[in-house]
Design a protein around this ligand. Structure first.
Ligand code: PGA
Length: 250
């Protein structure tokens, strides 16, 4: 029997909050979620606010993740940040393959290398996947998500499980206010679990739903059997709103 999956609620701030604003947010969030939240909680600030967030959350159980990580440890990669750099900054993990990064040019091959580099360095990697509206309308969601996950996990092995989380985020639900129905979220997360099971113990792998999660819809989405938490964008920017989503997961 696999251990029950502890839910994870992660807030993806995208390009929001200065270091000072991050410090203020983290201090407020720590009070709201309390010393021992019943679920894992993480924030994903922009690079410039990582250290302030790590510092403000030092005595809490709230984790800090970057929004991307480069596959190389160092080198001539202007504008990029490596896994060892994140680790040295006290960061716990990184998103990899967010659809906004893929739209900006991150390729499937890079995503697979970044998953590997992040895990190798000791970061927890939150691999993001999800289809566009065109793909969903064409009835191609299963095939597309399967390929994305297979490609991203090509070099992942059973021992990597503790450092791997997957977030299913349909692009048409990101920042649009349109959420997948619990049935759609469940169906896609079950597909992700079955594909990932070829690489790691799927029964123990945490799979999050993301896409317009808010305090009003979080509980029913996270109640789905294959949804183990949420990756939250817009509704994670306010500490009270984010704390309500954390409470809905517990
Ligand atoms: P959203 O963003 O909650 O604002 O839709 C989610 C995400 O992109 O991770």
């Amino acid at each position: 029997m696999s251990a029950p999956r502890r839910p994870l609620v992660a807030g993806n701030w995208k390009m929001h909050k200065t270091a000072g604003e991050a410090r203020e947010f983290c201090t407020a969030l720590a009070v709201l979620v309390g010393a021992e939240p019943p679920v894992d909680v993480a924030v994903c600030p922009p690079f410039t606010a990582l250290e302030a967030s790590v510092d403000a959350l030092a005595d809490t159980s709230i984790a800090v993740c970057a929004q991307n990580v480069h596959e190389a440890a160092s080198g001539a990669h202007t504008g990029e940040v490596s896994a060892p750099m994140l680790l040295a900054a006290g960061v716990d993990g990184a998103l990899v393959g967010h659809s906004e990064r893929r739209a900006a040019g991150d390729t499937d091959a890079q995503v697979a290398l970044r998953v590997r580099a992040g895990i190798d360095a000791g970061l927890t990697v939150v691999l993001c996947c999800g289809e566009s509206l065109d793909i969903r309308r064409a009835g191609d969601t299963q095939r597309f998500v399967t390929r994305q996950v297979e490609s991203a996990l090509a070099d992942v092995h059973a021992a990597d499980l503790p450092r791997l989380v997957i977030a299913y985020e349909p692009i048409w639900a990101i920042g649009t206010g349109e959420t997948a129905t619990p049935e759609q979220a469940q169906e896609a997360c079950a597909i992700v679990r079955s594909v990932a099971s070829e690489r790691v113990d799927g029964a123990s792998l945490r799979i999050l739903y993301g896409g317009s999660v808010n305090p009003g819809n979080a509980a029913e989405l996270m109640a789905c059997p294959d949804v183990d938490g949420a990756l939250v964008g817009g509704a994670s920017l306010d500490p009270e709103s984010f704390a309500r989503i954390v409470a809905a997961a517990g």
